[in-house]
Write a protein that binds this ligand. Sequence first.
Ligand SMILES: *Cc1c(COP(=O)(O)O)cnc(C)c1O
Length: 429
Amino acid sequence: MDTRVNGQRQGHLGGQPAAIDLPRHTTAEIAALADRFLTPNYRNAPIVFVDGDGPWGITLEGERLLDFSAGVAVNGLGHNHPDLVAALQDQTQKLIHQSNYWHNAHAAPLAQALCQQFTRATGQPARAFFCNSGAEGTEATVKMARRYHAKVLGKPRPGVITVHGSFHGRTYAAMTATAQAKYQDGFEPLVPGFRYGEFGDLASIAALMDETVGAVLIEVVQGEGGVAVPPPGFFKELRKLCDERGVLLCLDEVQTGLGRTGTFFAFEQEGITPDIVWLAKALGGGIPVGAVLAREPVANALVAGSHATTFGANALAMRAGRTVLAIFERDGLVAHTADVGAYLLQQLHAAFDARPYTLDVRGRGLMCGVAVNGDPKKVVDSARDRGLLLSVAGTNVLRLTPPLIVTREHCDLAVARLRAAADAILAPS
Ligand SMILES: *Cc1c(COP(=O)(O)O)cnc(C)c1O
């Protein structure tokens, strides 16, 4: 029996549908509850977001903060994008989840759209595996690479090379791939088979490659490590090295993908084709979605039953991903990101190059960083007090990853607020 009357759902056990009335709390109450009931692994600033409007986050007190962190590069479309909201409202009224025992209407079409992007960028066919996060993408990549060598090529090569300063997520293989001691401390033993070279240093990677190594996992621009841009030609050389040794080149584009650096994939600017590339952050517009794209012989290593996720590829997540891609395409957001990103970097150079505390200004597209001499956390706090949200990357980098919908005016405002904050903390007169 359909529970819809005049197109409206009724409560399944009778009665009218209504939002369940939940207790409301003040900012101080939320902070106290967090202190008492959440595991203490986050240092939450005392702000409660309840609403959003494009690049603006809106607090419980109604304060509007210019959000140049964008939920760590997740909110590519900003908050409350009307077309994404409309699609998610429609989808939640129909089907949220159903499992991978059956098809839903959106997973295969989203795979097609992403694989078309891969083929446009590389000329090669690909297949997609969907998951729910960046770390899950890392896990799937390691499993796919190991299984490809062991079962498709018939010779196990379980060794994985990553580089220092990388970030690939917090689950066990992803944390082991993340070659930074602070993320691994206290969690040993790690997953066996990982070894670490240096970002941008081909010789350091070549020195680690022996017969047991089957894959290199690396970001194109290091995000959490401090917005580290690769030296010219490094990725071309790395591709060549991997080809010579029969090693899979696997690119973590969880942060750089989806136009963030001014091309759909950041690897497009390096002129190379990866064997595996994985995406997450911006793909679902805030709904958790990850995707691993692999060239065909490699992708086929994940045969039926070999790998799976319960939530992955569910109808709501896949509808979100399709809608995000459609909005990107319709609004030319990748080209917009290249344009406004170049402007932001230029304005950052103008504002910071000559400041006594500035070590470096760098970036690609709308992924920018200002390396400073001094405590970047204090600058981030001061910027927040001035109405700007951003994050810290590495040990000393102020990182800007605004939504891709920002205008030059938003960038001007952000640079002015950041300059005022940095001057107040790092160069008090
Ligand atoms: C954020 C990030 C991850 C981890 O993503 P989660 O969704 O937090 O698991 C992995 N790789 C890169 C490059 C990232 O920026």
